[in-house]
Write a protein of this length. Sequence first.
Length: 199
Amino acid sequence: MTVVTPDTDLINPRRDFLRTAGIATAGMTALAFLNAPATAAAVKRQAKAAGGGDVGILQGALALEHEGIAAYMIAGGSGLLTPGTLKVALVFLGHHKGHRDSLANLIVKAGGKPVEPKTDAEYVKELNLGALKTEGDVVKLAAGLEQGATNAYVGQVAALKDRSTATLFAQLSTDEAVHWAVLNGALGNTVPAAAYLFG
């Protein structure tokens, strides 16, 4: 198996994760992180706080991408992932960075100031990253975040007034759904029998 060298984005967060997570989240259960904040409701709250409208929705989506980037960087830098899984995580991280850049550019073009990411310590606490003990824990967390992100994007498409932004959200939701499908399969889960998996 080819060994993948993590990019430099993963090095410092790994140190922070190992130092902060063990202390700040001792005693947390391994399943507590399944209630991830990446939801349509969270995006709606962020959009409302940003003044509503398309720019507000874009700000909510950008906050969601910041969360995904932090999760992949911190959890990916934890040392829990095998080289093959890390390689996939880095691909997904690259997708999320591309999403972040597209959303931030649209916000700037509309005259807004893109929302800044939270600190690593805040993401560690909010996503309960200290509860991650195995590669399976990381994959479960990532699958939950990707599912939540897909639902968030699908849930906002109809609220967007600009058709090109709505198309972008459809593309973003598709990427997130692909991420979820890969992770869901890696967990050994079956494809849900019911139609309309997201939204």
